[in-house]
Design a protein around this ligand. Sequence first.
Ligand code: HEM
Length: 366
Amino acid sequence: MGIFKKIGDFLDERLGIRDILEQNLTKYLLPKNINVWYTLGAVLLALFAVQVASGILLLVYYNPNTDDAFHSIQRIMNDVPYGWLIRTIHAVGANVIILALLLHMLSVLFMGSYKRPRELTWMAGFLLFLLSLAMCLTGYLLPWSQLSFWATTVATNSSREIPLIGDVVVRFLRGGAMVGQPTLGRFFALHVMGIPLILGILVLVHLFLVRRLGISRPPFGPDWQPSEPSTTFHHEEHPGGIPFFPHYMTKDAAMIAFFLALTVYVVFFAPGLFFPPASFQPANPFETPVGIKPEWYFLWAYQTLKIFPSEFLGLAVQGLAVTLLLFLPFLDRSRERRPKHRPLFVAGYCVGIAVFIGLSIWGHFS
Ligand code: HEM
């Protein structure tokens, strides 16, 4: 014990470490009526940490070469000790992250916490969501299976419908006319370096904004009032609130444990859930497998492209939906955050969720 106190005293004298810890733990007060939805940010941080750790371990044996990529994954699954565990955690973890991201976004939308002054927090978050999807798309190609090859061929092919520059965009994404070694090279570079670098910086920006502005008070309870308009910076304080440590951190830890348990449950009891048959065959550009479907979180986009008379119209609708969501805090400017005082928004919110689920189910069975 004595040694830890000595190290603590040494650091405290030089860095004022106890003050930093106090300000961010016991003296960091959260709203009294804070709810469980506010744990999802911490859950995401933990899930991303697992992804980075398992991803680095996979890099030790993975080979980003079309001749060997598929076999290197086979070696990881069959020969490398615990390789199957690390690989399955990484693949399942990606799906759990998207689930947690969707829930985090839905809760922020429902409680209106994206509104002024948190517009930048929302926009940084939404870009994180798009980058996470890009991580999934680039990662999908790396095993160089039939699924990887054909899913990437279909996904990159849809850009062809962009007027004038469509063909150039497809060639740029693929590094050639077809999906091949140049595609694997660029997707690998983006997946392990390019996107994680930007993602890491954006996570820091997001956390800085959350901490600088203060957590928003949930818009529930009889005494909640919309804030007064202000043109100066204001940190939202919660006097008499709940200390982050130990009170809320315990809740964060419980939810992190739940999401990790969910991941581990799928890894051990349903390991094939995210691995259809085409993911066990090496890529073959001369044989199109039947029934290739994108991952569940891309099914809505896949189905949208199919239901519109032209793919270009489908792409335009998707682009519009993404742009509207990115700029939502500037479009929905009222200060009211209580769901029961925003019936129009809540109706649109429910319809949005129903359309997403409906299109996904339709896409799955079509
Ligand atoms: C890598 C992904 C992300 C991480 C690690 C992350 C992390 C966090 C954390 C730790 C918090 C504070 C606690 C909480 O409210 O949960 C937070 C709050 C917030 N996040 Fe995220 N987030 C991510 C993605 C997103 C996305 C996709 C959006 C929306 C598009 C978003 C919007 C917000 C907003 C508006 C808040 C403020 C909530 C408030 O003050 O009430 N975040 N995030």
